[in-house]
Design a protein around this ligand. Structure first.
Ligand code: CA
Length: 220
């Protein structure tokens, strides 16, 4: 796991980098927008932790550069938890934010949560349901669940961001992606119904958002 840490205050960057390395991650640090851009040109990252206030620009610029370079998870480190910078950070494509001052442990657990949500190789657990995206295996109370390719893809898509409302069109697009064949709107309803049935009591996590689409509930 390669992590890019962009932070100009050494009193924050150094201990944080040490802690992240102790977690087994490879860390590259940059203290400016320019240094971050140079690193992005050289390495691929799985995640980026980006301070908002940098000496030669803003963390938003780095966030956009990270987004342009690949699919890394982004957490913004904001000096304030004021709504404007939080909203802007999320609009710029950040997955989450942590307001300063933060505890390094809190940041590590936020990072793990973001990576889990993005399905970056880790297993996701929801009650008795376990989704292993690497092995393409889903188990319910320890027993393997037989899902069709469409049901599996739909499940991965919904669980990638618990709590997020997905429009029907977005889900249809996701189902269509590598199937090649046209997917009718009715197919989505049918696939949701079958998936709910196969998931048993955990199927209640798929909630219908009337007139819009569906949402995956992290908590039942
Ligand atoms: Ca700063």
């Amino acid at each position: 796991m390669n992590v890019l840490l962009v932070e100009d205050e050494e009193s924050i960057a150094l201990p944080l980098a040490t802690l992240l390395r102790a977690e087994g991650w490879a860390i590259e640090t940059a203290g400016s927008v320019g240094a971050a851009r140079a690193l992005l040109g050289r390495c691929a990252f799985d995640a980026a932790l980006i301070d908002l206030g940098l000496p030669d620009g803003s963390g938003y610029e780095v966030c956009r550069a990270v987004r342009a370079a690949g699919n890394a998870a982004v957490i913004m480190l904001t000096a304030r938890s004021d709504e404007d910078s939080v909203v802007r950070a999320l609009e710029e494509g950040a997955d989450d934010y942590v307001a300063k001052p933060f505890r390094a442990r809190e940041l590590v657990s936020r990072l793990r949560a973001v990576l889990r949500r993005r399905g970056a190789g880790e297993r996701q657990r929801f009650g008795g349901l376990c989704i292993d995206a690497r092995a393409a295996q889903v188990t319910l109370k320890g027993a393997a669940l037989a899902l069709t390719a469409q049901e599996y893809r739909l499940l991965l898509h919904l669980t990638s961001q618990p709590g997020r409302v997905w429009e029907r069109g977005q889900l249809l697009q996701a189902l269509w992606d590598d199937g090649g064949a046209f997917v009718e709107d009715n197919t989505l309803s049918v696939t949701i119904k079958r998936l709910r049935e196969k998931l048993g009591s955990e199927g209640a996590r798929i909630t219908t958002v009337r007139g819009i689409g569906y949402r995956w509930e992290e908590q039942l």
